[in-house]
Design a protein around this ligand. Sequence first.
Ligand code: G1P
Ligand code: ZN
Length: 544
Amino acid sequence: MTIRTVPTTPYTDQKPGTSGLRKKTRVFAQPNYLENFVQAILSAQPELRDETLVVGGDGRYLNRAAVQTIVKIASANSVGRILVGRGGILSTPAASALIRKFKARGGIVLSASHNPGGPEGDFGIKFNTANGGPAAESVTDAIYRKAMEISSYVIADAPDLDLDNIGTTTVENTRIEIVDSVENYATLMQHLFDFDRIRMMFHSGSFRMRFDAMHAVTGPYAREILERQLDASLGTVINGVPLEDFGGGHPDPNLAYAKELVDEMFGANGPDFGAASDGDGDRNMILGKRFFVTPSDSLAILAANAHLVPGYRQGLKGIARSMPTSAAADRVADALGIECYETPTGWKYFGNLLDANKVTLCGEESFGTGSDHLREKDGLWAVLFWLNILATRKQSVETIVREHWRRYGRNYYSRHDYEEVDAERANGLIEHVRSQLASLPGKHFSNRTVATADDFSYTDPVDQSITSRQGIRIIFADGSRIVMRLSGTGTSGATLRLYFENYEPDPARHDLDTQVALADLISIAEHIAEIRVRTDRNEPTVIT
Ligand code: G1P
Ligand code: ZN
C-alpha cells in the first residue's frame, strides 16, 4: 500500500465554533474540505502518532464516506490504532466513553448534533481530547492555524473498510478495530444505575414509557438498554432506526420538534414517562404524563435526588451549569452545601471542573445534562437517571417536580430563539444593548428594579483562563433575569437567543402558564433591545 501526498489550499472558513466545525453538508462536499480539516487536526496533534484515535459519527448523510476518509488520512499520519464504531456510528457520549475506556489520545466525532442532515442539511466534525471531552480553545485554535497554512495532506491508498462487521484490519502500520460501542456504553450505564430496580418497575406492568430516538443515533443504544436489558415493552422506543436524513425531521428533542412524542404524552391516556434524544445522542428531553420538565429543573431534580442512585450515592462534589441555565440547581447546591459553578455556554467549559473533581453533575438549559462519568452531555444517561428516581420514589414525574418546587421555589423559565436573522442586524441589536449596560442598574421597569447588568465573563477556576463577552445578563433584585446572546452553532445567518427566568417562591403561584409568568420580563426585553424592529420579526421562531 502507498501513501499519497495531495497538494491542497486552505479554506478560510474552517474556524471551529462552540461545537467543532459545523457547516452545510454541501460545504463539506467541496474537494478536500474534509481532508484539509482532518489533516489539520492530525498536524496539530502530533501526540496521536502511534497512539489510539476513536472515530465515528451520528450516522447522518456523508458519515460513512467521511469515516473512510478519516481512517485513511489517520493511517497515513501514523496513528497507531483506530477504534471505529460499527457502521461508522458512535453517539457523542459513546465516543467519549470509548476514548476514556481505551485511553485513546483523542477522537474525531462527525455530527451536526440537533441540526437536520442530508445533502441540504448540516454536517460537522469535532475533535475530542484524551479526557473524552471537546477540545479546549487552545487546541481548536491550533487546529485552525494548521488549517489556514495547509499546503498538502497525506492519505493511504487503501480499499474502503468493511464498517459493518466487528473485526480488526491493518492499513500501513495502523491497526483498525471495528467495535461495538453499544455494549461498551451499556456496561458503563449498568455501573451507575440500579438496573434491577428499573426492571422491576417495567415488570409491574403499570408503568409505561416512550422514548423517541428521532431516527437518530440513540435508536440502537435505547433499544438495547431499555427494551432488551431493562425489559421495557417492545415499542417503547419509537423512530429507533437511524436514518441519514433523520427521516426528514429536525432531530432536536424539544417541544416543537419531538412532536410525535409530545402529542402522545399530552394526549388521552398517555404513557407515564417520555423522553427523546437528539441527532448525536447527547441531548435529552424529559416529559411526564401531560407534563414538561424544563432542562434547568431537570438538572436541579437530578441533583436533589442523586443520593437515590447507586453511581452518585457518595454525594456530589459540586454542580455546574451554563450561564443561561436557570438558577434552580444553585438552590439545591446551597441546600447540599456544595458549590454551583456558572460557566459560559458550551459543554467544553465543564471539562476542567470535571477533570479537577470540582463537580459531579453539569447541565445546560439546551437539553444537556451529564456527569463525571464522561466528558460530554449524555442523553440516555439522563433518561436512566430519571428512571432510577422514578423506580425508587414510586411517584409520578409531575409529583416529583411539584414537590421540588414546593421545597426550593419555582424558577419559571423559557428561551425564545430568533433563527436566521441577518447577522449584521443581530450584532447591531447586541451592541445596542451593550451600550446601555452601565445605565441599567437601578432602573425600574413596572414593579422590577435592575440590580446588575453585564456581559458575562468567566474565569476558569482551574486554569484561570478568561472567556469574555459570553452573553448579556440583566439581573433583577429578586434574582429574576433576562439573558441575551447570539448562537455559536447556527449555520445560516445569526440566531438570537433570549432567556427569561422568574423566580417564584410562593407555591400558590406555581400553576401559572410559563409565558404568562414571564410576560413582564419579555416586554422589558423588547423595550431594552427593540427586538421586533431590529430583527424584523413579530415573534420568535421557537419558544421552549
Ligand atoms: C447550543 C446550546 C448550547 C450547547 C450547544 C451544543 O449552542 O445553546 O447550550 O452547548 O448548542 O449543543 P448555541 O447555538 O446557543 O451557541
Ligand atoms: Zn447533540
